[in-house]
Design a protein around this ligand. Structure first.
Ligand code: BES
Ligand code: ZN
Length: 623
């Protein structure tokens, strides 16, 4: 669906009226950027010519050669074109067939474009219904990480997982890799007999006898959500519709950690309507997984670093579950509209957490998020275009523009709307929004239009949409959040520093979030003696909680007193591949003029990282 020029003009006009307090400068940006174009600059596919609707994978997975080889068959709709274009990157394409014709067709593989890869053009005719591409992955297939046994948790069997978002699915499946295109899929995978394969689809609960697995995903999804994991996996149900997969040694711990998953699912449904994907499972991957979590439908991929032992890091599960509505059901049309996925999801995540654990808990989560947001705006620069909700990522790796802005400024914007109309009315709006757009994709401008019609005009909302969506930094008028529990942390810390008395008993009911706030508010000019005392009393160096450990390591580096923790730092960086932890730690080392230590550790750690993390750290350390 393309917005007419008239609609675009109306949207821009009403934005301008609403934002009469905006500077001239920002108005200009609005006009330049408010293109309601659904054209995705990160895909070569031209879906208005011919579009894939369903794909069938048939792959043999070989851990010896570290390749997947076989074919993908696309069922297509030809809209009157003589060619169909797919995205590919780092793939070896050997042959292409169309329909039942016996002769392969002459396909064309374009030169490799930066970030985008090589467009594959296949000649088709009016009647063409199927295109079958024979191919193999290569060492350049950056979605895929092949782990040797030693790199897994149990260290006995090899492991493989893929990461599709943002534009990596094309490195293991030739496809029309745009979030604005949806496909259903099925797959047949041949894997070593001792391993189990799972996908973002209907999944097995036990290993097959012959290593062959068949999958079906009957709901249409954008290709970035096609995902595969293979390893020595076991399954344990949490509730009737929820469960966990992991390597054997982590299964019980994961099962305990995610014990509230079924309750999360039920409260999510109570908020914004039925869960339309039938089953919701989480797979706990080896520690190299580059993200905290990835919302692959029916099967969230998660880092083992959220297994804190006390269920304190499960907001991440609420987040990935919330994507079952915001993101997977209603999807950003292009990566410039990424905030539609993540901002809504952070807002939704916190509503789930509030329903389960109450307001004070969520105030802490929100506060930590706002601190991240302030830090991000400072890093990017308060006038940077990358601080706009609507991004312009053309010509760049979309990964580079995906910052905390989409998450936290996006969520804050929704909180601002909620503040205007009240919670009940806002929930009603959101529920209708998800239902009206289910299994569809939306641009920012289409969302704005919907928001105008269904909330702003009906409820006479006064909000500076232009500043929120197309403006830099944060609007002056924004929701404020305070946390009593954090205020207590601050006074504890101030008193202890003054009296040189760290009375541990006063912190006995603190959760992870209070500890994080505590560490974040310590002054980097702190005396070495105080650091040593804090370490002696609270033992952060050896914390089994990854968030606390990472925060403490970062703080220690920033104080300059980190020689004592070099071993812990190295062990953490070598064993964990989660980018959110790696980036601040390597950055802190670099800023402390210890590029040498950073590079020495990175040389050891790099082979353990997924390409997503490698790419970021390569850029950071070789600038
Ligand atoms: N979809 C994202 C992960 C992602 C974003 C992958 C952009 C590739 C490109 C996922 O839902 C996410 O946001 N994960 C966060 C955790 C969350 C609690 C904020 C993460 O991994 O840190
Ligand atoms: Zn997310």
């Amino acid at each position: 669906m393309r917005l007419s020029y008239h609609l675009i003009a109306c949207t821009i006009l009403s934005l301008t009226i609403l934002s009469s307090c905006q500077s001239e400068n920002n108005k200009m940006q609005t006009k330049n950027e408010a293109s309601s174009d659904r054209n995705d600059t990160h895909s070569s596919a031209q879906p208005d010519k011919a579009v894939s609707q369903h794909l069938s994978l048939d792959l043999v997975v070989d851990f010896e050669s570290k390749t997947m080889e076989g074919s993908v068959l696309h069922k297509i709709e030809n809209k009157g074109s003589n060619e169909i274009i797919f995205d590919t990157k780092g793939l070896k394409i050997s042959k292409v067939e169309i329909d039942t014709r016996s002769e392969p067709v002459d396909f064309e593989l374009a030169a490799d474009k930066k970030f985008l890869g090589s467009a594959l053009t296949v000649p088709i005719d009016e009647e063409t219904k199927e295109v079958k591409i024979f191919y193999s992955t290569t060492s350049e297939s950056s979605a895929v990480q092949w782990l040797n046994p030693i790199q897994t948790t149990d260290k006995i069997h090899p492991f493989l997982f893929t990461q599709g978002q943002a534009i990596l699915t094309r490195t293991w499946i030739p496809c029309q890799d745009s979030p604005g295109i949806r496909v259903t899929y099925d797959a047949k995978l041949q894997v070593p007999e001792e391993l189990m394969a799972v996908m973002s689809a209907e999944n097995p609960k036990t290993k097959s006898a012959d290593g062959v697995y068949n999958f079906r995903m009957e709901q249409a999804i954008p290709p970035y959500l096609i995902a595969l994991a293979i390893g020595d996996l076991e399954f344990k149900a949490v509730g009737p519709r929820t469960g966990v997969y992991s390597e054997p040694s982590m299964l019980e711990k994961s099962h305990y950690e995610f014990g509230d998953m079924e309750k999360m699912l039920v409260s999510a449904e109570e908020l914004y309507g039925p869960y339309l994907w039938d089953q919701y499972d989480v797979i706990v991957l080896p520690a190299s997984f580059p993200f905290g979590g990835m919302e692959n439908p029916r099967l969230t991929f998660a880092t083992p670093t959220i297994l804190a032992g006390d269920r304190s890091l499960t907001a991440l599960i609420a987040h990935e579950l919330a994507h079952s509505w915001s993101g997977n059901l209603v999807t950003n049309a292009t990566w410039d509209d990424f905030w539609l996925n993540e901002g809504f999801t952070v807002y939704f995540e916190r509503r789930i957490m509030e329903a389960l654990y109450g307001v004070p808990y969520v105030k802490m989560l929100t506060q930590l998020g706002l601190q991240d947001l302030d830090g991000e705006i400072e890093d990017l620069g308060s006038h940077s275009h990358d601080t706009h909700l609507k991004l312009n990522l053309e010509g760049r790796d979309p990964d580079d523009g995906m910052t905390d802005i989409a998450y936290e400024k996006g969520a804050l914007f929704l909180m601002a709307l909620e503040e205007q109309v009240g919670r009940e009315r806002f929930d009603q709006f959101l529920k209708k929004y998800f239902n009206d757009h289910k299994f569809q994709t939306l641009t920012t401008e289409e969302f704005i239009e919907y928001l105008q019609t269904n909330l702003i005009e009906t409820d006479k909302v006064e909000i500076d949409l232009n500043a929120w969506i197309y403006g830099p930094g944060l609007p002056a008028k924004k929701p404020s959040v305070t946390s009593d529990r954090f205020s207590k942390v601050e006074s504890f810390s101030a008193n202890a520093l003054k009296d040189k008395n760290w009375n541990k008993s006063k912190t006995k009911d603190w959760t992870t979030h209070e500890w994080l706030h505590f560490i974040r508010t310590l002054d980097e000019e702190i005396d070495l003696k105080d650091i040593q005392k804090i370490q002696e009393v609270f033992q952060f160096n050896t914390s089994g909680n990854s968030e606390i450990l990472a925060a403490w390591l970062e703080f220690s580096i920033n104080t300059g007193h980190y020689k004592e923790i070099t071993n812990e730092l190295e062990e953490f960086l070598v064993s964990v591949g989660r980018r959110k932890f790696l980036t601040p730690l390597y950055k802190a080392l670099k800023n402390s003029d210890d590029l040498k230590l950073a590079k020495d550790i990175y040389t050891k750690a790099r082979p353990n990282y997924h390409s997503v993390s490698q790419q970021t750290m390569d850029a950071l350390l070789n600038e």
